[in-house]
Design a protein around this ligand. Structure first.
Ligand SMILES: CC(C)(COP(=O)(O)OP(=O)(O)OC[C@H]1O[C@@H](n2cnc3c(N)ncnc32)[C@H](O)[C@@H]1OP(=O)(O)O)[C@@H](O)C(=O)NCCC(=O)NCCS
Length: 210
């Protein structure tokens, strides 16, 4: 079992309005600027820029982010206006969280308010590429799930691209189970001003919290 450094995970506050640009950079680097090669010991495959999987090696080598939807997005994932809005309206329609290494913001994630089925949707999960594979994403995600549980939210849900097998397995390790339904990428952007020109398929995953 790998021993990771412990990172601070917390909900945003109005103080973070001073750090909007840093948050935008973390999200956009994770989603659209990450480069690199990862060779994963546990799963024994090599991933190059999110495109190729070969089951050959058994060593760990991370030059940068190990997984990115860059090849699907193309456009920046977020912008200062969206992040400002997420901070100002935190605790109303959603809860927005950060992971920090000291003063440095290294990760983000949010959950929406639960829908009428008691399912709260998780999105904007990002770890800045040079901090990936160091346990930040896992710690932030577990912190989020624990907080959702404390709030009494019955179910966590999320979506991920069907083609991103490595992220699917990452979510499965965290207890998420694939739903049979598939949805178009456009649905993911239902409330956003950014509408990427792409019709990739998304898988919905859920995890009961109670
Ligand atoms: C997905 C993401 C948040 C994960 O964050 P992270 O900080 O790199 O994740 P962690 O370091 O906590 O997790 C590392 C785990 O992944 C595993 N891992 C590392 N490289 C891997 C690879 N190439 N393939 C599969 N698993 C891999 C490690 O074995 C480790 O497992 P463990 O926790 O059981 O030890 C981050 O990679 C990211 O921001 N990606 C770009 C944005 C994105 O894809 N967001 C999700 C949209 S659906």
């Amino acid at each position: 079992m790998v021993q990771y450094t412990t990172y601070e995970c917390r909900e945003v506050t109005n103080e973070d309005l001073k750090r909007i640009d840093a948050i935008v950079t973390v999200v956009n680097q994770a989603y659209t600027e990450s480069e690199g090669i990862s060779i994963c010991k546990e799963n024994k495959f090599i991933l190059i820029r999110g495109y190729i999987y070969i089951q050959i090696l058994n060593i760990v080598l991370c030059t940068d982010g190990w997984t990115t939807p860059k090849h699907i997005y193309g456009e920046p994932r977020t912008n200062p206006k969206e992040i400002e809005d997420l901070i100002v309206r935190n605790g109303t329609t959603h809860a927005f969280y950060l992971a920090l290494d000291g003063d440095l913001i290294v990760g983000t994630v949010l959950h929406e308010k639960p829908n009428d089925k008691g399912e709260a949707y998780i999105s904007l999960l990002s770890v800045v590429p040079n901090y990936q594979s160091k346990g930040v994403g896992g710690q932030l995600f577990r912190f989020l799930l624990n907080d959702m549980k404390k709030k009494g939210i019955p179910t966590a849900s999320l979506s991920t691209f069907a083609s991103r097998l490595e992220v699917l397995s990452w979510y499965k390790k965290l207890g998420f189970v694939e739903e049979p339904e598939r949805v178009d990428f456009g649905w993911h952007y239902r409330d956003s001003e950014i509408k990427p020109d792409c019709d990739a398929e998304l898988i919905i995953m859920k995890k009961p919290l109670v």
